[in-house]
Design a protein. Structure first.
Lengths: 482, 537
């Protein structure tokens, strides 16, 4: 039976980051990826807010050829388009928006270090507690007034902030859209501003890698291999082997077994624990709580192959957002609660061929889409595509005539293709009750699990996803610390 | 003459504050714009022979410590617990609630054996969350940004409360406080009717739906009360909710306090940066060493205080204070006992809360209507017939029915409510009841329909919000009503706030009034005769 020091299940950004960090210490690391290529969610995402700085440096990604186009501006489409770059914009709210952006960025700055932290156990003392206390003091150091504002706003809904601070519906809509991007919540749901703060904590800019998102996957794979990692694609893990109450390797669906004292799962925690490990090896209460990890995807992904670059009447290189108001975003979420399709979805559009000399395509994240459509998947997909195209056509007349191929990925399609349970990008909803020491579960929030030798390293663990690698890097740190 | 304290508004919290201050030896005067006292806890005869609890309609949250301190039972207060309850389903069935534990369990098992088991686990967990939060109700929230010894000590106390729990319990509590009730119930139950029944408390009075994060906390807010030590139980005040405020008024009179009803406050008078009295609508002026407002923060500071005397940031925050009306009310005089064919004969279920919303989805859809500025077309109603238990409220053989309705927006389709809108709203609610109790409409002798417009006009609840402000984390604890002003004080010296806008929030609870009184006495260096809050019941 072949063996190595550590097996990583899943060759997404987190899996590769964890593998590279472990391999750099001389361990023999093998990554098992079920698909024919590595990269996982990079094939789904069309931008990133930046790779975690530690991963970028630790894997020398820049040296291996990862670079980015200049940060994208955001254009809010509508009768009167508006461009936004960080806090800079025009219109009646130019000043108010700059002030709000500065305030939120300040909050994001003190939250950013939390992302690199292993969430501490609640009842034991130790280094992580001291670090947590220091970060807490960092928040207090915002000053009395900002600290009070922070405590008031940390669990507030984003709609209230938008409506209290701004008057321009376009910017209010943008705030609402950005906060709920990838979440299963509308902007009037409490606990949504913190999601926007999390986005800002990853990075204030929206970035497109040179060569496309696929480049992230390729460069990370190259860097991992350079660090000594063995990559095996097209190898699906069927189960995690347990011997004497310890994970001791994996069995592939082909029947092949590979032994390793450390198994790190960079795929969905639910799939890992419920399917690969199974109830036999888990405590009943823990198993039940794993079943309760909520993982509803609310976003669909549209890929159009086009005969020509479509004309939205604005800079085609920008990130285009169609979310004309807070209510537009909220109304797009309402039907999804009942498994129905929104009539006028809101969306974010990227035109990769405006940046690269590639065939013309349009990529859009369309919100919201039901994870369990009542009408059945095929009917829902067709309705979602039609509703999306009619919104697009209204903003770029003539677009429909340019389409040579259209693909709409509903949350269920995303689950089937990428193994993301419920189609949720984060392998578990990023919501306050599933954050920090509650992510993915209290017993597994420190990347280790109740099954010795098994670790979790996907976006389902702290600090969540976003083509960033932080969770994998943190998990590897935890393995090394043990 | 100069009073030691003038209290603006004779709601239950204003009266509680007045009673405590009066008992501590202060000369107090409560001024009230209506001709009667009670605010939103009143019993009114709006149709001959019938007593309406025409705003709040049931009791559980009112703190037992206050009842005993102020000797309210001696002054005539008696709470009668529910003896039943039911959710009627669209298919003609029902889920019944019973006071007897075993009957209840059998009834749950009739719908789902799994859920009957789960209910035990659920009740135990909720009770643990209640036990944690109850001691906090009667404490002034600490200011986390302050380094004063008192605030630090209070934070340490809180930390130690947390420390008494296991890691698992802390994690479960944090989850519960931030989750939606729909998600929370999904973790325990499978039956949609049972879930719909249990979700009720998470939306009453709030502009959230059962699928909104944070709604689980609202549920807790409705569970942390008790009737005679029975935590989570609800009951009727004998003689209507006015019995509570009448008992408070008698207690106040017994300790020498004064009430002036029928003259509202025009302005709170300031001099040299301090509150020194009030100007009344009848032209009189009252002088006082301090003014304590029972009104919500918006009404207090935006309508009755000179804006120039307040810091601009404060005014901005007050304006942004979320005080969204979400509910309406129907008070109905009935010629006889309505018949619900779904129920077996002589079932005790009518002696409690009756609901017609049999799934969380229907509740949430009702909320979607509110978000779009409309009253719910298929509303959620919390219907009571208090006269099934308390015959004093209607002539023999006749009944008073109270219907609390969600959702009704403060403004309809962006404009003011018209009488036609109000009537359409009332009709929608009556039609819904008629569906489950055929012949009900023929029994109706009189209906009073109250939308947020009427609640604001009569009781003075801004936007008709029954809690004087939303119960979301940005407006709870040290954030209530505003960060930095959670200790019942305002930016103006000697101007205090004691209404439900302050910690721990709304409901006929009395805790804000008592906490405010404690702060006033502390600052006045007067002895505080309050007994300690009960730690655990």
């Amino acid at each position: 039976m072949p063996s190595c020091d550590a097996i990583i299940i899943g060759g997404g950004t987190n899996g590769l980051a964890a593998a590279a960090r472990l391999a750099a210490t001389g361990r023999r690391v093998m990554v098992l990826e079920a698909c024919e290529t590595t990269g996982g969610g990079t094939a789904l995402a069309h931008t990133t807010r930046g790779i975690d700085r530690r991963v970028m440096a630790g894997m020398a990604l820049a040296r291996h050829g990862l670079s980015f186009h200049p940060a994208l501006t955001t254009t809010l489409l509508g009768r009167d388009p508006l461009t936004v770059k960080r806090g800079a914009t025009s219109g009646p709210d130019a000043q108010a928006y700059a002030a709000l952006h500065a305030k939120l960025s300040g909050f994001a700055r003190v939250l950013a270090p939390f992302r690199a932290l292993t969430p501490p156990r609640l009842t034991t003392s130790g280094n992580e507690w001291t670090r947590l206390a220091r970060l807490g003091l960092g928040i207090r150091a915002l000053g009395r007034d900002d600290f009070r504002e922070f405590l008031r706003m940390i669990l507030i809904n984003v709609a209230d902030v938008a409506e209290d601070e701004l008057i321009d519906d376009r910017l209010r809509g943008l705030l609402a859209f950005d906060a709920t991007l990838g979440a299963w919540a509308g902007p009037r749901s409490p606990n949504t501003l913190i999601l926007l703060l999390n986005h800002l904590a990853i990075g204030a800019d929206i970035l497109l890698p040179k060569g496309g998102m696929g480049q992230v996957a390729q460069v990370m794979a190259k860097a991992a291999q350079a660090a000594g990692v063995t990559l095996r694609c097209g190898q699906r893990v069927g189960r995690i082997l347990v011997e004497g109450d310890r994970a001791c390797g994996v069995e592939l669906t082909t029947g092949e077994t590979i032994a390793a004292p450390t198994v790190i799962s960079a795929i969905s925690p639910r799939t890992t624990l419920l399917t690969l490990v199974g109830p036999r090896h888990l405590d009943a209460g823990f198993y039940r709580r794993t079943l309760h990890i909520r993982s509803r995807g609310g976003a669909a992904k549209l890929h159009l192959t086009l005969k020509d670059l479509p004309d939205f009447g604005v800079d085609p290189k920008s990130r285009m957002v169609i979310a004309p108001s807070v209510d537009a975003v909220e109304n797009a979420f309402n039907p999804v609660k009942y498994g129905e399709i929104p009539v006028r979805p809101v969306m974010e559009i990227i035109l990769p061929s405006a940046h690269e000399t590639t065939p013309h395509t349009l990529s859009a994240v369309v919100q919201f889409a039901p994870h369990a459509p009542r009408a059945g998947l095929d009917a829902a997909r067709a309705a979602m595509l039609e509703n999306t195209l009619s919104v697009l056509e209204a903003h770029a007349p003539g677009l429909r005539a340019l389409i040579s191929h259209a693909e709409m990925l509903m949350p269920q399609d995303i689950e089937a293709r990428f193994g993301m349970v419920g189609g949720n990008w984060h392998h578990g909803e990023l919501a306050v009750e599933q954050m920090l020491f509650l992510r993915p579960l209290r017993e597994a929030a420190q990347y280790s699990t109740p099954l010795p030798g098994l670790y979790l390293a996907s976006a389902g663990s702290h600090p969540g996803g976003g083509i960033n690698g932080a969770a994998g890097w943190n998990a590897a740190g935890r393995v090394l610390a043990e | 003459m100069t009073y030691d304290a003038i209290i603006v508004g004779a709601g239950h919290n204003g009266l509680v504050t007045a009673c405590y201050l009066s008992r501590a030896g202060m000369k107090v005067c409560v001024v009230e714009k209506n001709d009667w006292v009670g605010g939103a806890a009143v019993s009114r005869e709006l149709f001959p022979g019938f007593t309406y609890s025409n705003c709040s309609y049931v009791s559980s949250l009112f703190r037992p410590e206050i009842m005993r301190d102020l000797e309210l039972p001696r002054h005539g207060l008696q709470i009668l617990p529910y003896e039943g309850g039911a959710v009627f389903t669209e298919g003609g069935g029902y889920l019944g609630m019973f006071r007897d534990h075993d009957s209840n369990r059998r009834e749950f098992a009739r719908h789902s054996a799994h859920d009957a088991e789960a209910y035990l686990r659920y009740s135990r967990d909720i009770m643990r969350f209640c036990r944690f939060i109850r001691p906090m109700l009667m404490r002034t929230p600490p200011d986390p940004s302050s380094f004063k010894p008192r605030d630090l000590a209070e934070l340490v106390w809180l930390g130690r409360k947390m420390g008494e729990m296991s890691e698992r319990q802390i994690a479960e509590m944090v989850r519960f406080w931030t989750m939606s009730i729909a998600d929370f119930l999904d973790e325990y139950f499978e039956n949609p009717v049972i879930k719909a029944y249990l979700a009720v408390s998470s939306i009453i009075g709030t502009a959230l739906g059962p699928m909104s994060p944070g709604s689980a906390y609202v549920l807790l807010h409705h569970y942390m009360g008790d009737v005679d030590g029975n935590v989570g139980a609800w009951g009727f005040a004998r003689g209507g909710m006015g019995a509570i405020t009448q008992a408070l008024a008698r207690s106040l009179a017994a300790s020498g306090g004064e009430v002036r009803a029928g003259c509202g406050v025009e302005r709170i008078l300031l001099q040299g940066g301090r509150a020194v009295g009030v100007a009344l609508s009848n032209g009189d002026t009252l002088h006082g060493r301090r003014v304590i407002s029972n009104m919500d923060v918006k009404r207090t500071f935006l309508k009755h205080v000179d804006e120039a005397a307040l810091p601009t940031d404060f005014v901005k925050r007050v304006k942004a204070f979320k005080i969204r009306g979400s509910s309406g009310k129907l008070n109905i005089a009935l010629d006889g006992e309505p018949v619900f064919p779904a129920l077996p004969e002589a079932a005790p279920n009518l002696k409690g809360d009756l609901h017609f919303t049999d799934s969380i989805e229907r509740m949430e859809r009702a909320y979607d209507d509110w978000k779009s500025g409309q009253f719910s077309r298929d509303p959620f109603q919390d219907v009571m017939i208090p006269t099934m238990i308390d015959p004093t409220m209607a002539p023999p053989g006749k009944h008073f029915m109270s219907c609390f309705v969600q959702y009704a927006p403060p403004r309809i389709a962006g404009g003011e409510w018209s009488d036609a809108d109000r009537d359409a709203f009332g009709q929608t609610c009556l039609d819904q009841i008629e569906k489950y109790a055929p012949g009900f409409k023929n029994m109706v002798l009189h209906v009073e329909v109250r939308t947020p417009r009427e609640l604001e006009a009569e009781v003075g609840l801004t936007e008709g919000n029954i809690f004087q402000g939303e119960l979301t984390f940005d407006q709870l604890l040290f954030n209530r009503p505003l960060p930095g002003y959670a200790q019942y004080r305002s930016p103006i010296r000697d101007l205090w706030i004691c209404g439900s806008s302050t910690h721990p929030g709304g409901g006929v609870m009395g805790a804000p009034g008592r906490n405010a009184a404690a702060e006033v006495l502390r600052e006045a260096k007067l002895p505080n005769t309050m007994r300690d809050a009960y730690a655990v019941l």
